[in-house]
Ligand binder design. Structure first.
Ligand code: BGC
Length: 534
């Protein structure tokens, strides 16, 4: 298993999300697979990746592309076999890359054997694995809870005359975590995968496990509070009892050698709540994704304020997670940078220099943008249920490996499951050959995280912040970001000569800066603090 020599790699790591279906198709059926991940381990190593998080790999009818799990202890046949996964864990370990799986504890697929049994009636063995409630006297759902797309979160089961709860699609019934048997099932699932050698889990919808026991109505949404990012859904999710689940999961993770790692997707707009998932009285998640960060615009004051608030809220030894793209929210090159390649490099500087762990999404290192998938080719049912939102398919399209007609994604004859983007303009092969590409710039940053401990050795201390520029120090390095379309000239607040470690503008390379720094639009610079520390 990977990382045995350094079990705390995750406190200052580079993790990389692989959307397996769209990474590399090794068997020509148009769908990326586990063997395809294995074919690109050298590439991942060249990005400085410590760990890969594989988007769902378990058998699933794919109404939510694997986030509707039909069997927690097996491999989806579209993605390969159990031995393909074993081989990947082993080979990734040889590249010193740890493998994380995605685990979905909030809900199963409606095709999971537990739910199929539960549907047989109120006395079924697994009935109480799910959340059932009687209709209101007028036959309507038990309360006003809505699911993720905004529809009623309850579906009526004609046979038993009861409703079941689903925070997402009706094909994703919520598990009942008030049933101890569900806890025991997940203990077994965790141990099963940890014994198979995975390094940890990304925990889907980690804060959603518990709902109000009395099933009280959520208060009506207050538009002012919503605009401030405050939550109106207080009864239908985020029950505090989930903390005990993760305290227990942490004990399980810690009982292995090396310890296994829990990375939560407990999206919180409130920093204290975010900090809470790391554990207050006893440890819970090792890391949790940071919603305010991914939602912030690429602007100096907004980002500085999110980073400062995050670091102030987290316990001093906690590991913050910085990610700006994923398979739900879109790719940073589009969301943050509107395709401006200068801004992409600057965004990568930000991710690489903040204290803690960075999670890249596949293609971030290329400046890959979202793809406008034509309506007829869209595959994401959740997005189809939310027609006023951009489709999540836009950020799930295949990885462009080359400018060949199939983008090097598949050797055919299968048609890629989602359309390719403009791989003739952005692809790995071309960027690898260009010394000034985004890809090679990321590789430089990643190498500096090892050689010069970028993003380690202390909190981020702001040295200068205005509408255009954010300059901060972390450990022995200072980063200056010009997050604007105007040039900037700013002082480093000292008169020592600072060797330049990395710069988005190649003209800066191998130079030194003393005090005043002139940065072009969307440019960034990382310098070393001279030995005397000024
Ligand atoms: C995953 C989504 C998924 C949802 C339900 C999310 O947070 O990232 O892709 O649709 O959980 O499992």
């Amino acid at each position: 298993m990977a990382k045995s020599a350094n079990s705390s790699w995750w406190q200052h790591g580079i993790a990389y999300q692989i959307y397996v279906r769209s990474w590399r198709d090794s068997d020509g059926d148009g769908i990326g697979d586990l063997a395809g991940v294995g074919q690109r381990l050298d590439y991942l190593e060249s990005l400085g990746v410590d760990a890969i998080w594989l988007s769902p790999t378990m058998p699933s009818p794919d109404t939510d592309w694997g986030y509707d799990v039909a069997d927690y202890c097996a491999v989806h046949p579209d993605l390969g076999t159990s031995s393909d996964l074993d081989r990947l864990i082993l080979e990734a370990g040889e590249h010193n890359i740890a493998v994380f799986l995605d685990i979905v504890p909030n809900h199963t697929s409606s095709q999971h054997r537990w739910f199929l049994d539960a549907l047989s009636g109120p006395n079924a063995k697994y009935r109480d694995y799910y959340i059932w409630a009687d209709p209101k006297p007028d036959g309507s759902p038990p309360n006003n809870w809505t699911n993720y797309p905004g529809d009623p979160a309850w579906t009526f089961d004609e046979k038993s005359g009861q409703y079941y709860l689903h925070s997402f699609l009706p094909s994703q019934p919520d598990l009942n975590w008030r049933n101890e048997a569900v806890h025991r099932e997940f203990d077994q699932i965790l141990n099963y995968w940890f014994e198979r050698g995975i390094a940890g889990f990304r925990i889907d919808s980690a804060n959603a496990l518990y709902k109000d026991a009395l099933l009280r109505d959520d208060p009506p949404a207050d538009p002012e509070a919503t605009a401030k990012g405050e939550e109106a859904v207080i009864y239908s999710t985020r029950g505090p009892e989930a903390h005990q689940v993760y305290q227990h999961w942490r004990q399980i993770a810690d009982s292995y050698e090396p310890g296994r790692v829990l990375l939560g997707e407990a999206w919180e707009t409130d920093y204290e709540r975010l900090a809470g998932w790391y554990g207050r009285d006893s440890p819970e998640l090792h890391m949790d994704f940071n919603l305010p960060f991914i939602l912030a615009p690429l602007r100096a004051r907004e980002l500085a304020s999110v980073v400062e608030a995050t670091l102030a809220a987290l316990p001093p030894d906690a590991t913050p997670v910085w990610t700006a793209s994923n398979h739900d929210m879109g790719r940073l090159a589009s969301r943050w940078c509107q395709g401006d390649r200068r801004a992409v490099k600057t965004a990568l500087v930000l991710l690489a220099t903040l204290p803690g762990t960075v999670v890249l999404y596949q293609g971030d290192e290329l400046g890959l943008t979202d793809v406008d998938v034509p309506a007829a080719q869209r595959r994401d049912q959740m997005s189809l249920a939310m027609p006023d939102q951009p489709s999540r398919d836009r950020c799930r399209t295949p990885m462009p490996w080359s400018r060949e007609p199939d983008a090097g994604f598949t050797d055919g004859p299968g048609i890629p499951w989602l359309p390719l983007g403009s791989h003739d303009t952005v692809n790995v092969e071309d960027e690898a050959a260009d010394p000034h590409s985004t890809l090679n710039f990321w590789r430089t940053l990643a190498a500096l995280r090892s050689t010069h401990r970028l993003g380690a050795g202390g909190p981020a201390t702001t040295l200068l912040l205005d509408d255009q520029v954010w300059c901060y120090r972390v450990g022995g390095t200072i980063t200056m970001l010009n997050l604007s379309a105007e040039p900037s000239t700013r002082s480093l607040q000292g008169n020592a000569a600072h060797p330049v470690l990395a710069a988005t503008d190649p003209a800066w390379q191998r130079s030194e800066v003393v005090d005043e720094v002139e940065l072009g639009p969307w440019q960034a610079l990382v310098v070393e603090v001279p030995r005397d520390g000024r």
